[in-house]
Design a binder for this molecule. Structure first.
Ligand code: ASP
Length: 414
């Protein structure tokens, strides 16, 4: 798995660079890119049934509703803590490195013009979110029609809600009367895992195609990297700090797992997250590696990971903090201590609402900006470099989920 994904990535990057150098970008776009899209679609097609079935099994395996509330509360508490730490790391990095002060002023108007239309579209999305009651997020968790929910990958929280409800009902009815349903879901789970094996057999080609197409689509935008280099570096430093300092610390303090074992299990998951920019699409592999390689029990991982993919986004929340303060620095706005705290709160909450898809956090970032009065048009400045940073923050998102799964597992095992 390791080698396959790595080779795929390396070949994809090589092919992409070759395509740019020898000008066969269109060929790559038309004839290679679609295989990446097919791979992504395959991963997405399994996401809804996987979350549903694994969560139902997760709840049923807990056998007692008291266990569910114990594990559930603990999971959510740890998720919120890691998110708050991640935002704080982001705020610390951006305040120390001050990338906004070095942003070339002439680029400001150029980027504003270039991304004006995209920002206007996102603004309309944000307006829709803001026009609703503050409690709308609670309303959104409850599906109106579960069959419609199953048909929509973006409704993961609704799927989680239904799966928990269904699992709890099975437990309450009792094992003597629900034996065949439980057996059915266990068997269905095995079938789904087999499908994931089939899909992953295609991983190297999928990753190759995704990377080649990405490089080709980015080739015209190299100028952006130079002017936004320090901003990107700040995001990278903050994300690296979380991955290489915070998570190892958490693992050392709260689990008995060796770091080598953890990162060996996590590496293919991280590579897939990097190539797909989607923690939801990575979930099948995250589940498999966490259970099989990391040895986290099925009952914990099948509960903690699907929930984490939806609500725990450490990379995203850290990135939102850096982006917000960077824009404030560029626009010459001095943020007070309270505004920083407000960013901490909104970035934490908005990362919960961010869907695990490429660029999922952009609309949510607007809400963070708006909360402290940073003009959302500023988003135009960072849009051009969003994708590579998205790839990196998605890596942190999935690593965070695996870290928390290990911690929760340790707590239940003791
Ligand atoms: N792409 C991220 C994920 O799937 C979400 C984001 O930060 O845009 O985890």
């Amino acid at each position: 798995m390791y080698a396959k994904i790595l080779i795929g990535m390396a070949l994809g990057i090589g092919l992409g660079l070759l395509g740019v150098a020898l000008h066969f970008e269109t060929f790559i776009h038309h004839w290679i890119g679609p295989f990446g899209t097919i791979f992504l679609r395959l991963l997405k097609l399994i996401a809804v049934p996987l979350v549903l079935v694994s969560l139902i099994i997760g709840v049923v395996n807990l056998k007692d509703i008291r266990n569910l509330s114990k594990i559930g509360l603990k999971t959510i508490l740890i998720y919120v803590c890691t998110t708050i730490i991640a935002v704080s790391v982001g705020l610390g990095a951006v305040s120390l490195m001050r990338p906004g002060q070095f942003f070339p002023k002439d680029k400001q108007s150029e980027f504003m013009q270039r991304y004006e239309q995209t920002v206007t579209q996102r603004e309309a999305d944000m307006q829709q979110v803001q026009d609703q009651s503050p409690l709308q997020f609670l309303v959104e968790i409850v599906p109106e029609n579960v069959f419609q929910t199953f048909g929509d990958n973006s409704k993961m929280l609704q799927i989680i809600f239904f799966a928990l409800l269904f699992g709890v009902a099975i437990v309450c009815v009792g094992p003597s009367k629900t034996g065949s349903i439980v057996r059915f879901f266990n068997q269905l789970n095995m079938v789904l895992l087999k499908i994931i094996d089939f899909i992953m057999a295609f991983a190297s080609i999928g990753v190759l195609a995704l990377m080649a197409d990405l490089i080709v689509s980015y080739s015209g935008d190299l100028g952006i990297f130079s002017s936004l280099g320090l901003y990107a570096l700040t995001v990278i430093v903050a994300l690296a700090f979380i991955s290489f300092v915070i998570y190892p610390l958490i693992l050392k303090l709260f689990t008995k797992k060796s770091l080598k074992e953890f990162y060996k299990a996590a590496f293919p998951v991280q590579m897939l997250a990097f190539s797909t920019s989607s923690s939801a699409a990575t979930l099948p592999l995250t589940l498999e590696r966490t259970q099989k390689q990391l040895g986290v029990s099925e009952e914990v991982s099948s509960f903690v990971l699907p929930v984490g993919v939806t609500i725990n986004m450490d990379g995203t929340s850290c990135y939102q903090a850096v982006a917000a303060v960077f824009l404030a620095q560029v626009l010459g706005l001095d943020l007070t201590f309270w505004q920083m705290l407000l960013i901490l709160a909104t970035a934490t909450i908005s990362s919960i609402g961010t869907p695990g898809i490429p660029g999922g956090s952009i609309v949510m970032l607007m809400i963070v900006l708006d909360s402290v009065g940073i003009p959302i048009e500023g988003l135009a400045l960072i849009m051009g470099i969003d994708r590579p940073l998205d790839m990196l923050r998605t890596v942190v998102n999935v690593t965070g989920d695996m870290t928390v799964a290990s911690v929760v597992d340790q707590g239940t095992a003791v």
